[in-house]
Each structure stands twice: as C-alpha cells, then as structure tokens.
Ligand binder design. Structure first.
Ligand code: ATP
Ligand code: MG
Length: 293
C-alpha cells in the first residue's frame, strides 16, 4: 500500500525562546496526493511551525519533542541533511507570505527564476529561458519577456506573487506549502491569486498545504481542513463538513464570527470569552493526560 503523501503523527514541539512553551501538541494530519489541505487558526496556533517543519526549516529555537513527520513514508525529522535538501525546492516547495521580501531586489526576475530551474531541473541556455517564459505564461503574466527583464520593484505585488507561484510550481513538486500567500495583497488581487493557485494545483495535480487564518479562504480553495488553536487540533475534516456541520463550539463561533464566506460583509459575533476558557481547559486537560501516561 502506498503511504499518504504527508502523514504527521502526534507531532509535538516547544519554543525554547518562550520558556519551553508548547507550540505543537500531539498534532496529527494526513494529506493525499493532489489534495488541498487548509491549516487554519488564529495567530500563534502553530500553522507556520507545521509549514516550516515540512520544509525542514524550523528555527533552532523550536524543538520537536515527539512524533513523526512523514513524506511518502520517510520521516523528515530524521532524514539526512543531503536528502532533505534534495527534497526541498524540488518535491516540496514554498509560496511565501510576502512577495515583497521573498525576491532579491538586486536581481532580475529571469536571474531568480532560472536559478531554480538550473539547479533543480538541470536546464541550460535557450531551454532555460524558454521554460521561464512558459512558466510566466502559465501564471497568466501578459508580457513575459518584459517581466523576465524586470527587477522586483518594477512589478506590482500581485505580479510578484505570480512570479513566486511560477517558481514554486516550476520543478513539478508533489507538495506546495503556501503560508498565507495572499495576506500581503489587496483584496481584489487576493481573489485572483487564490484562483491561480487552485488552477495550478489542478493542472499539475499537486498537493497544497494552505495556511490561513480565514475560513472564508478555506471554503474557496481547500478540500480538507485542520483547525488549530494554541498548537492543538481542535477539529478536522472535509471543508464542507467543517463549515456546514461544525462540531466544536470554537469552530461554530469562528464561523459565526465571519466574515461570512457565503454572505460577504456580514461579520457577526466575536468569539465569546467562554469559548476561549473551554479551549484552555481542554488543552490543560490533555496536557495532564499526557504527563500522567
Ligand atoms: N523563531 C521562533 N522561535 C521560538 N518560538 C517561536 C518562533 N516562531 C514562533 N514561535 C512560537 O511558536 C508559536 C506558534 O507560532 P507560529 O508562527 O507557528 O504561529 P502561526 O499560527 O503561524 O501564527 P501567525 O498567524 O501569527 O503566523 C508561537 O507561540 C510563537 O511564540
Ligand atoms: Mg504564521
């Protein structure tokens, strides 16, 4: 039987920077090939920590304290550095949050896009430039030749993010990790970028881990979703189930808090304090059980 593309099992981590505060608490989730999986939760939920662990770029101040992180059955946490480097940027790539800072301001788009193609695909000369032009066309950039010769500051935020999406899909990865790829963009551009990511993943049958704090975005783009709070999985399932039939009071409250994915502009109730008390009690409860076992 082929293992799932990604299997995270009982992953726990803590922050040395914050007095060994738990950052992930027994997180488990699975991702199949071609699936778009949303990681959703408010600030500090641990979304980026999971994204970084998948890319093998956890900061030294975050320690994994237990569990497994398997990619096609291989545990990324114990994989030799060389093998991890070969996976990263080829089988697993990143669409970053901020297209402004992710590109080098001193180099042309061509230089930056072709670096990856040369290194990861071994392309050279005219084939390299042709592939870069094709990629820009694929992400619906109208004048690809001009854009290749441009520096990042000559492009809009949306165009820069299109370039980064092209770069992320260029090596034909199995998994693209998108960490809040639209939060730095204007609202109108956000929608186009979401559509583009979905289109690219469908064309290439790529799995995507989509990090966001917005359930509305999850509803638009994700097949399945894992909702986290303070490093703990609160609820997980298909997007339709989680949004239409939420089970946990926190999920219900978040959906009520909107903005409503189906009725734009109608943000309703803030999440009540009692829900946060419940979450804290549940987290403390499961920590006690872990210590006792
Ligand atoms: N470099 C770091 N070193 C140590 N601890 C960190 C580091 N970065 C984040 N943390 C801790 O890990 C926890 C989870 O952070 P993480 O960045 O994964 O959250 P997030 O869900 O991505 O939040 P946000 O929506 O703000 O991006 C936080 O409580 C934070 O204090
Ligand atoms: Mg984050």
């Amino acid at each position: 039987m082929t293992p799932p593309l990604v299997a995270i099992e009982a992953l726990s981590a803590s922050s040395v920077r914050d007095g060994n505060q738990p950052v992930l608490r027994d997180v488990s989730l699975k991702l199949e090939r071609g699936e778009v999986h949303g990681l959703v939760g408010e600030s500090g939920a641990g979304k980026s920590t999971i994204a970084k662990a998948l890319l093998g770029i956890l900061p030294a101040t975050i320690h994994v304290t237990g569990g497994w992180l398997r990619f096609e059955g291989r545990d990324l946490l114990t994989l030799p550095h060389g093998e991890l480097r070969a996976l990263r940027g080829r089988d697993i790539t990143l669409i970053p949050q901020d297209p402004q800072t992710a590109l080098n301001p001193a180099r042309t788009i061509e230089a930056q896009l072709t670096d990856g193609l040369r290194m990861k695909l071994g392309l050279r000369g005219a084939a390299l430039r042709d592939r870069a032009l094709d990629l820009l066309e694929e992400v619906q950039i109208r004048d690809p030749a001009r854009v290749l010769g441009s520096y990042p500051h000559q492009l809009s935020g949306g165009m820069r993010q299109r370039v980064l999406i092209a770069a992320a899909f260029a090596p034909g990865p199995k998994l693209v990790v998108a960490d809040e790829p639209t939060t730095a963009l204007d609202v109108t551009v956000q929608k186009e970028i979401l559509r583009l990511i979905r289109r690219m993943q469908e064309r290439h049958s790529t799995a995507v881990i989509f990090v966001t704090h917005d359930l509305g975005v999850v509803a638009k783009i994700c097949d399945n979703v894992t909702l986290l709070y303070a490093g703990k999985v609160i609820e997980a399932g298909t997007t339709a189930d989680l949004i239409e039939r939420p089970q946990h009071p926190y999920t219900k409250a978040l959906i009520a808090a909107g903005p409503r994915y189906d009725r734009p502009g109608q943000g309703l109730e803030p999440v009540p304090d009692s829900i946060f008390q419940l979450l804290r009690a549940q987290i403390a409860g499961s920590a006690e059980r872990t210590t006792a076992s």
